[in-house]
Design a protein around this ligand. Structure first.
Ligand SMILES: CCCCC/C=C\C/C=C\CCC/C=C/C(=O)SCCNC(=O)CCNC(=O)[C@H](O)C(C)(C)COP(=O)(O)OP(=O)(O)OC[C@H]1O[C@@H](n2cnc3c(N)ncnc32)[C@H](O)[C@@H]1OP(=O)(O)O
Length: 300
C-alpha cells in the first residue's frame, strides 16, 4: 500500500521493533526485530548498534554514490527516528560503504523533469532529514571517508563533529552555485554556524569544494586522519563526547542550534513552495541538465 512520506514518518514512531524496507516510495514491514539485534539493515543502510557502548554506526550503501533520493532520504529519516527513540542509543556515527564517496548530495534526478508535487515531496524529505539530524539529542559524528559535495556536506555539517579522510582526491563543500542553483537559508545558516559568515559568503558565492587540508583550515571539518582510520578515530572521539554529562551537553547543543531550527520549522510550507517554484523554472532545469551532461563527459 502506498503511503505518503509524512505518514511514513508519523507511523515510524510506533514501529520500533519492525524491520523497515523502503523501495520506490513504498514502505514494507516485516516482523524481524530491530532493537533486539545489534545489527539492522534496510535496502540502502546498514546500522551496527553496539548496545554496550550505546553507539550506532550508520553505513550509507546506496550505489553508486549515496545520492539522496526520496526513497533513500525516507530510509535515513526512519532510521534516525528509531535510533533517537532508542534510549540505548546515545551516539551516532554516519559513514559510507561506497568507495571514494561519502555522499554525492541530493539526487539531481529528483530535481530534474519532475512534477511540482513530486519536487515538493522530495524537498519535505530533505527538510525532515536536516531537522532530525541537526536537532538530534544523540552525539552525531560524520566519518567522511570520501567526497562530500552539496547535500553530502550539509549532512556532515549537521553533525556535532567531522572527521575526514586525508586524501587530496576527496573534496567537501556547498557547491550549489556551480550547478546554477542556490543553497537555501538553512543550508547557509548551518554553514555559517560551522565556519562563520565570511567563509560561508566566499564558499557559497563561488560554490567552492575544499580539499581536506583546506576544509580543516576553515573549520569545515574538525580532524583529518589516514583513510583507514576514519571510523576508529570517530569511535575514539565518540567515547570522549559521551563522557560529558549528557543533559548539559544536550541543552547546550539545543541552545546553539535552536534559532536556525525554529526558522525552518515555522516556515516549512513556504520553504517547500520556494524550492518548487525555483527548481521547476525552465532556466534552472536547463542548468541542471547541463551539469548532468558535464558529469557524464567528465567520465568519458
Ligand atoms: C529566490 C531564491 C530562492 C533560492 C532558494 C530556493 C530553493 C533552493 C533550491 C535548490 C536547492 C538545491 C540544493 C541542492 C543540493 C545538492 O546536493 S545538489 C547535488 C550536488 N552534487 C554534486 O554536485 C555532486 C556531483 N557528483 C560528483 O561530483 C561525482 O559524482 C562524485 C560524487 C565526486 C563521485 O565521483 P565518481 O566516483 O567519479 O563518480 P561519477 O561522477 O562517475 O558518478 C557515478 C554516477 O553517479 C551519478 N551521480 C553523481 N552525483 C549524482 C547526484 N548528486 N545525483 C544523481 N546522480 C549522481 C553520475 O552521473 C554517474 O552516473 P552514470 O554512471 O554516468 O549514470
Amino acid at each position: 500500500q502506498k503511503l505518503t512520506f509524512s505518514l511514513k514518518i508519523a507511523i515510524s514512531s510506533s514501529l520500533s521493533k519492525i524491520h523497515l524496507n523502503v523501495s520506490h516510495g513504498r514502505l514494507c514491514a516485516s516482523s524481524t526485530s530491530f532493537s533486539q539485534r545489534n545489527n539492522s539493515s534496510s535496502a540502502n543502510l546498514k546500522v551496527d548498534h553496539d548496545q554496550t557502548t550505546g553507539v550506532a554506526v550508520m553505513h550509507m550503501q546506496s550505489p553508486p554514490v549515496n545520492s539522496l533520493s526520496l526513497d533513500f532520504l525516507t530510509e535515513i529519516c526512519i532510521t534516525l527516528e528509531k535510533l533517537e527513540m532508542d534510549k540505548g542509543c546515545r551516539g551516532l556515527i554516519i559513514t559510507s560503504s561506497q568507495p571514494k564517496v561519502f555522499s554525492a548530495g541530493l539526487d539531481i534526478l529528483e530535481m530534474y523533469g519532475k512534477s511540482p508535487e513530486r519536487c515538493g515531496e522530495f524537498w519535505k524529505a530533505v527538510q525532515e532529514m536536516w531537522l532530525k539530524l541537526y536537532g538530534s539529542n544523540m552525539v552525531t559524528i560524520a566519518a567522511i571517508n570520501g567526497s562530500s559535495p552539496a547535500g553530502g556536506c550539509l549532512m556532515s555539517i549537521t553533525c556535532d563533529y567531522r572527521i575526514m579522510a586525508d586524501n587530496p582526491r576527496y573534496s567537501i563543500g556547498l557547491n550549489e552555485t556551480m550547478l546554477g542553483i542556490v543553497a537555501p537559508f538553512w543550508f547557509k545558516e548551518t554553514m555559517v554556524n560551522t565556519v562563520g559568515h565570511r567563509n560561508t559568503e566566499i564558499s557559497l558565492e563561488l560554490g567552492l569544494l575544499y580539499k581536506p587540508a583546506e576544509a580543516l583550515n576553515i573549520g569545515l571539518v574538525d580532524q583529518l586522519v589516514p583513510e583507514d582510520q576514519v571510523l576508529s578515530a570517530a569511535t575514539q572521539t565518540m567515547t570522549k563526547w559521551l563522557a560529558i554529562p549528557e543533559h548539559a551537553r544536550q541543552i547546550t547543543k539545543s541552545m546553539m542550534r535552536k534559532s536556525t531550527i525554529e526558522k525552518l520549522r515555522s516556515n516549512r510550507e513556504a520553504d517547500i513552495q520556494n524550492f518548487v517554484n525555483f527548481i521547476t523554472k525552465e532556466s534552472i532545469q536547463k542548468s541542471l541538465r547541463m551539469y548532468m551532461e558535464m558529469l557524464k563527459q567528465k567520465k568519458a
